[in-house]
Write a protein of this length. Structure first.
Length: 94
């Protein structure tokens, strides 16, 4: 699925072994920069399908990476959310 070892290790640490169908299909598309619209039942893993790619992308940002790894100060998590909302760091005004 293209996830980093850091993220895979932490997902496994929480007891998850296999992605759900919605995660298996959407995570690679999101990591490739694609847009995804999906519907699935409650409990199918939709939230993780959204959050996992976000964590991977944000982990690569210096300030946010420090926060996610637990070796930095506060404030970086909000920078990650702002960065994510403006569209992968690009111009999202159109």
């Amino acid at each position: 699925m293209g996830l980093t070892p850091w993220l895979l290790r932490n997902i496994r640490r929480k007891g998850y072994r296999l992605p759900t169908p919605i995660q298996r299909r959407s995570i690679p598309m999101v990591l490739a920069g694609g847009d995804v619209i999906a519907m699935a039942r409650t409990g199918s893993g939709k939230t993780a399908a959204f959050v996992i790619p976000m964590l991977q992308v944000c982990h690569g940002l210096e300030v946010v990476g420090e926060v996610l790894r637990g070796d930095g100060g506060g404030g970086g998590d909000m920078a990650c959310v702002i960065w994510w909302c403006v569209g992968w760091g690009g111009d999202n005004t159109s």
